[in-house]
Design a protein around this ligand. Sequence first.
Ligand code: HEC
Length: 153
Amino acid sequence: MTRRFPEHGKPAVSAALFRAARLQAALVLACGLAATTAQAEENPGKPPAAIEGSTAAAPGEDDLKNPEWIQAGKTRFVQTCAYCHGTRGEAGKTRSFETRETWDPQVIHDTIANGRVNGPNVMPSWSGSIPDDMIWKIVAYIKSLSAGYKAGK
Ligand code: HEC
């Protein structure tokens, strides 16, 4: 003989299931957060972009003066950045890129990757849309614009 649970028992059962499911969701969330935190702690000095897998180490001067890098960076700069900066960085809201002889490549890279907000002047962050190696090629192009830092020297 099959014994049926009375109808009124059902809501109690599903409420319990619902609570269990909620608890599980909370646990999954908590584990996920713990994992993310642990990952961040393994890379204390690195910016979040590094965790997302775009970790090319800063290239050396040879790479930054490589004409192929400069050309590739120029193509991308003209497509994506000239709208606000002019094709040679002469038309933006900051000092022309052509006058920046001692500009640290890492600083240029980080500004492009992370963006910067300065009151109404907003430099978007590009780490989500431009791969890190291309950001470095753009840096090579920007460096090539100042007279004291010619390619091939
Ligand atoms: C929507 C307009 C806009 C676009 C597109 C844009 N920028 Fe910018 N960028 C700005 C503004 C505005 C600033 C100045 C922010 C400030 O005042 O701190 C800036 C600042 C910078 C700086 C720092 C300049 C300095 O003097 O420190 C660099 C480098 C730079 N941008 C590179 C790029 C590159 C490379 C791209 C393309 C991938 C790009 N920008 C696209 C608006 C833009």
